[in-house]
Design a protein around this ligand. Sequence first.
Ligand SMILES: Cc1cc2nc3c(=O)[nH]c(=O)nc-3n(C[C@H](O)[C@H](O)[C@H](O)COP(=O)(O)OP(=O)(O)OC[C@H]3O[C@@H](n4cnc5c(N)ncnc54)[C@H](O)[C@@H]3O)c2cc1C
Length: 782
Amino acid sequence: MLSLILVLACALGLVLGVPAIRRALITGRIFRVYRKVLPSMSETERDALEAGTVWWEGELFRGNPDWAKLHAYPAPKLTPEEQSFLDQECNEACRLVDDWKVSHEDYDMSAEAWQYIKDKGFLGMIIPKRYGGLEFSAFAHSQVVTRLSTRSSALAVSVMVPNSLGPAELLLHYGTEEQKNHYLPRLAKGLEIPAFALTSPWAGSDAASIPDVGIVCKGMWQGKEVVGMRVTWDKRYITLGPICTILGLAFHLYDPDGLLGDKKHIGITCALVPWDTPGVETRRRLFPLNAMFMNGPTRGKDVFMPLDFIIGGQAMAGHGWRMLMECLAAGRSISLPSSNTGMSQVTARTVGAYARVRSQFKMAIGRFEGVEEALGRIGGNTWLNDAVRRMTAGAIDLGEKPSVVSAIAKYHVTERARQIVNDGMDVIGGKGICLGPSNFLGRAYQQIPIGITVEGANILTRSLILFGQGAIRCHPFVLREMHAAKNPNVAQGFVDFDQALFAHVKFVIGNGARAFVGGLTGASVFAAPSNVAPETRRYYQQMTRFSAAFAFLADVSMLTLGGALKRREKLSARLGDILAMLYLASAALKRYEDEGRQAADAPFMHWAVQDSLFKAQQAFDGVIANFPGAAMRKLLRRVLFPFGAACTAPADRLGRDIAKAMIEPSATRDRLTALVHLPQNEHEPVGTLEAALSATIDAEPIDAKIRTAMKGGALRDNPDANVRDLAEAAFAAGLVTAAEHAVLRRRDALRDVVVHVDDFPMDFGQAQQAESALTPLQRAAA
Ligand SMILES: Cc1cc2nc3c(=O)[nH]c(=O)nc-3n(C[C@H](O)[C@H](O)[C@H](O)COP(=O)(O)OP(=O)(O)OC[C@H]3O[C@@H](n4cnc5c(N)ncnc54)[C@H](O)[C@@H]3O)c2cc1C
């Protein structure tokens, strides 16, 4: 028997170990089949898949993350200039914007606020100083957007969009010198307002299929006949479109008469079109969930424009899609992760305070376990969102263009922000529902779906991008195999394929074995890094185990389902969830180390990591339970989870610790909500809440004293001893001193402002509606 095994092992070793034999017996067949089944990819698909770089997610995909690498990434920091901008200019911009006035009275930010953000360079944060821009780091840019988002979506989005994927970003990378010298200084100072128009009514998520076209032709431009383009488009949802002065426009360019060369369909092309070019229509408006940032449609029919309008000039005609894909990661890493972290922070701060100020059943609502549970989620998710935002912005500052990570950050921060805002709304009850100047959360609740939809709608991002692109980009061998199979030099392709394939086989076996041993030993077989906080070491072991299990499961899924995996979106989405949860947990661990292991923040870190790992485990479960073939399901379960579940959801105790930290002033609460704009007066909802929170805490011992007296019979049958008038009754009865009475009165005054909602005259809004129903001529006549 032993000799038989030895003979078989030698034969296998010979077949696999000697390339010539292996290629003849194994690789040849696989290579032929693989070349046949490999789906052909359009240029746009290839550009989308191959754009950007692979960063930390690559480590997670390989099954054995190098934790030293994670902690070697520098912690993002602001320069003194950036810090001062955040403290001064950002706060002043916030002060100038009153979200209620913007959304219910003026339908736009005030002229003063617009002028301020233009003059101070908010619209040119990504533009280098040599063009007059602020040249901020990605982290600083993210800090600014986060802070502005805690005040007003109109303000945040108006600043965010010019600094995201659009004219400035595209010009910086692809513009001709002439275009850069002309536009960048003007964009930096807000003399030009940019918008970028890609989406059409017929092509949203599938943006490469836009029906908008440009035809190369001759035409008159500034008195001379030139070769140019006749462009027709119909776009919608274009942010800043109604007020833009330069419109970035994407369309398919055709050259039917061969004026530029042999190619008839040149491809997607991006041009910069001044808004006043004859035939350009931009000045209409949409109301995205009544967020008052400018957004609208744009149209043009046979608009003639010179080839110089193409970003990068004629040389870049047809390269628009690649340009967009290559630049997508930077903006996507910053805009939505930052704005939604801002919403998360302001929710955590205000709802935490409200939960202490608002009492029911003689107790602050934040102390009821049910509310505590929601507060725990708000706090844990907010801390995690910020961790993800920081780490992802940090990647951009390291020169990465992390396409998969940016999609993870966009998807998961916006989804967690949605959970945070929903939880917040539940906690504050009717206060959040009735809109008015003193409602601090209802507008965020209204607008949260915007972040879910833009920059890659979330369902699509989760179902197609996270794993679909991740598997090809992050996997150490899949892209190599694909390139080898497509190599026009078939002989060389065959050799490359053989090398990649057998390295891949070893990789799969290695990950499967490690995942299995990890499962058998509860991950204790994996070494945790020695230089991390002792209380986190166990997490590194579990994450190494999950990373190996994920790498193995990813390969088994690709092998079993092949091209069909693209259609099996529910499986692909869950695989993407595992990768994403490992990224989120990494961000949480990194934040904890970067911030010096703040002991008081430990519950937030534990909650964030445990929640991410638990959700990763649920995603594993989902993939295995729905994997095709009962035998495969059984095998996968045995290999990956031999003893069943590996981790549990965050314990109630952690949620309680978090909730406690959220309902009282502390350094932890300040760190959690560090970017919230705090108005320095008590006439703004956030300022009032801050004051009411400290007044409530001052009053609590006095309340306790009154309650004790009441238990002894004081104030019995006194009609004034009710929830509203108790302070007065207690003072009148001599239960509290004058000084104590003053403390109670201040608390009561602030509490009453906080718990009230705004009411309006019956005809509220009708006057404005009647006016806007008039045409400008009718209005002038009236
Ligand atoms: C407020 C706002 C601002 C915007 N700003 C701009 C801008 O400045 N410039 C610009 O060009 N565009 C802009 N957009 C467009 C935005 O990027 C698109 O709305 C977005 O890409 C989705 O397109 P859609 O709304 O047409 O949805 P659809 O593409 O119709 O998608 C509908 C649903 O189907 C899902 N879906 C689609 N395909 C798949 C798939 N293969 N698998 C799984 N699910 C799928 C999507 O996830 C979504 O849930 C903006 C949109 C809004 C609402």
